[in-house]
Design a protein around this ligand. Structure first.
Ligand SMILES: [Cu+2]
Length: 316
């Protein structure tokens, strides 16, 4: 079993047993880490799964590997250059090495695709279409800027009870200047809306985060359901961009219902350090994405809760 199985993706909270922490303080991911992803994607994609056991520890967090539990993300392709119209496509291979055709639906979709540049910018969350004949997923695609991008596929195989997140990287040719590391910001302005997040992330504990949406200083009370919730929050751990998918708390809204100005989430940060948060919310039929950065503090008892493998150097 692997980390994907430990990730309670859907529900009120998130429980992940992560261990270890990269002592990286900038948002930009070091080249060595990017190189690791690439090597990993390549070897995992072409490796012989029957002979070769992944050398990863059992507690490798979600969203760091092209393979999990015998399933592999393969055949990723996309437009090579900035501005070229085309499509992003890929396959998920099952344990037998064939394209996976059967998926469970989670949050109204069989597969959620997240794409983010290695500096944590250019976040996109989309829903590709499955060609049932070939097992190829695809979505119309154009790159706006050069750089190395992480792509995450979040899905549950039909024969599995566990959701998983497989990842790969894509290089887009061209000059690329990383955006400066974003300072911790709990407020973002997007499409005329102001989104602010309140709550403290504490390592190893479930923390409630509440996002408040306003427009022109007034509370927005017309937040619409989007994919079975009033908001979707993706959290990436700074440094290695390990993936946490956090969902809204409360009952699943019915069609036509609205809420606001607040949406609450339960999130458990695996360790102290910075997390990049991306919130999708929907108003007047349009989906908007706000971005935050939050620092998780080391919780009391983190030493005992997270076991002996916690090598993080925070606190003290
Ligand atoms: Cu999705």
């Amino acid at each position: 079993m692997n980390a994907a199985g430990r990730l309670a993706l859907y529900g009120a909270g998130l429980a992940v047993a992560f261990t270890g922490a990269l002592g990286i303080s900038a948002v930009a991911v070091p080249d060595s880490v990017v190189a690791d992803w690439k090597n990993e994607s390549t070897t995992e994609s072409h490796g012989d799964m029957t002979d070769k056991k992944p050398s990863m520890p059992m507690d490798t967090p979600a969203g760091l590997s092209a393979s999990a539990d015998g399933y592999v993300l393969t055949s990723v392709s996309s437009p090579e250059k900035v501005g070229d119209p085309g499509e992003l496509s890929f396959q998920i291979q099952n344990r037998a090495g064939d394209p996976l055709l059967g998926y469970k639906t989670a949050h109204e979709k069989q597969l959620h695709l997240i794409v983010v540049r290695s500096d944590g910018t250019r976040f996109r969350h989309v829903h590709p279409t499955l060609d049932k004949a070939t097992g190829t997923w695809s979505v119309p695609w154009k790159w706006d800027t050069a750089g190395t991008y992480r792509i995450y596929t979040d899905f549950t195989p039909k024969n599995s009870s566990d959701g998983m997140t497989l990842t790969s990287t894509v290089d887009v040719a061209g000059q690329f200047t990383p955006d400066p590391a974003k300072t911790v910001s709990t407020t973002d302005e997007v499409d005329g809306f102001t989104a602010s997040v309140d709550g403290d992330l504490v390592a190893g504990k479930t923390s409630e985060l509440t996002v408040r949406i306003t427009r022109d200083g007034k509370s927005v009370t017309t937040l619409q359901p989007y994919l079975g919730a009033y908001g979707h929050l993706v959290a990436l751990r700074e440094g290695d961009l390990a993936y946490l998918h956090v969902h809204a708390q409360g009952e699943e809204p019915s069609a036509g219902e609205t809420t606001g100005p607040e949406i609450s989430f339960g999130a458990e940060a695996p360790n102290a350090g910075r997390y990049l948060l991306y919130l999708d919310f929907k108003v007047d039929g349009k989906v908007h994405t706000a971005k935050f950065a939050l620092d998780a503090t080391r919780g009391d008892g983190a030493d005992t809760d997270t076991g002996t493998h916690d090598t993080s150097s925070h606190g003290h």
